[in-house]
Design a protein around this ligand. Structure first.
Ligand code: BT5
Length: 260
């Protein structure tokens, strides 16, 4: 595809008749994830909500996602009856893989931080928020993705920890729609491959070789409990294995790495 605007992307998605169906564009929205959650019956599987800005963009545990108007990509993909609950941990890593691949092809040296972030030069560029809602026997999975594309500045709280493609490339401006299209296609291919084989080994290999913390000492916040240890391995289901300071090995499938 040569021209990247919403109508050309939607035409291409329509013609491909694959997993990703249609982008629904909003100039301003509370949160693309919340909008899908509140309007599940209005959307089909494969529909994508894209917003120019979010007034209440969310991370995990209701943390705020800084969504500067027209400078980032803020979108959510709805999948109906596609993923099982036990696959959701892996889905976050799978989405990180698909996005990381696209950014690498653009020339960025980017790393996956378990379980849902992408970093460039030790700064967060992208966050992923997976949510699942059972509604009238339909299993609705929402993949929310926030990427700092042309973000030119961050507020004081974030400026040492967050960055954008623009800031990491000597202030080069990017066509967000082109990146969006590539990510949708990359994610589509990865989800379909995974659903065909139900085999995570190639993905896990990629995640391990592009991991930010594998082999390093990490501190993990498990709902308030702090654990420090060496990140030994990323397991086939997407959980991690840690060797704690008492030499106990632990398998963990949720939580947040608070150092890197
Ligand atoms: C995430 O949560 O990283 C998931 C973020 C998902 C955002 C997308 S945007 C489209 C869709 N609609 C939504 O409402 N959400 C999704 P978590 O791992 O909890 O990280 C949140 C933390 O990242 C915050 O507490 C900040 O420290 C940091 N943060 C906030 N905004 C950021 C930004 N724009 N860039 C980098 N870091 C940010």
């Amino acid at each position: 595809m040569d021209i990247y605007n919403l109508s050309s992307i939607n035409l291409s998605l329509k013609n491909s008749r694959s997993l990703m169906k249609k982008i629904h564009y909003f100039e301003e929205i509370d949160s693309t994830n919340t909008h899908l959650k509140n309007n599940l019956s209005n959307y089909r599987t494969g529909d994508i909500i894209l917003a120019e800005s979010q007034t209440m963009g969310r991370g995990r545990n209701n943390r705020k996602w800084y969504s500067k108007k027209s400078q980032g990509l803020y979108f959510s993909i709805l999948l109906k009856n596609t993923m099982d609950l036990h696959e959701l941990n892996f889905l976050s890593l799978l989405a990180a893989t698909s996005i990381n691949r696209v950014l690498q092809k653009m020339g960025f040296t980017c790393k996956i931080k378990w379980p849902n972030d992408i970093y460039i030069n030790d700064k967060k560029i992208c966050g992923i928020l997976i949510e699942n809602i059972m509604d009238s026997n339909i299993n609705n999975t929402i993949i929310g993705i926030g990427i700092n594309v042309n973000t030119d500045s961050f507020d004081d709280q974030l400026k040492d920890r967050a960055s954008s493609l623009y800031l990491e490339s000597n202030r080069q401006k990017f066509n967000s729609y082109k990146i969006l299209y590539r990510i949708l296609k990359s994610l589509e291919e990865d989800i379909l491959t995974y659903m065909t084989n139900m085999d995570t080994s190639d993905f896990i290999d990629y995640i391990k070789s592009n991991s930010m913390n594998l082999g390093r000492t990490i501190s993990l916040n498990l709902s308030g409990e702090l654990i420090t240890g060496i990140l030994l391995d990323i397991l086939p289901d997407g959980s991690i294995k840690i060797l704690d300071k008492n030499n106990h090995s632990l398998v963990i499938n949720y939580g947040e790495i608070i150092n890197h």
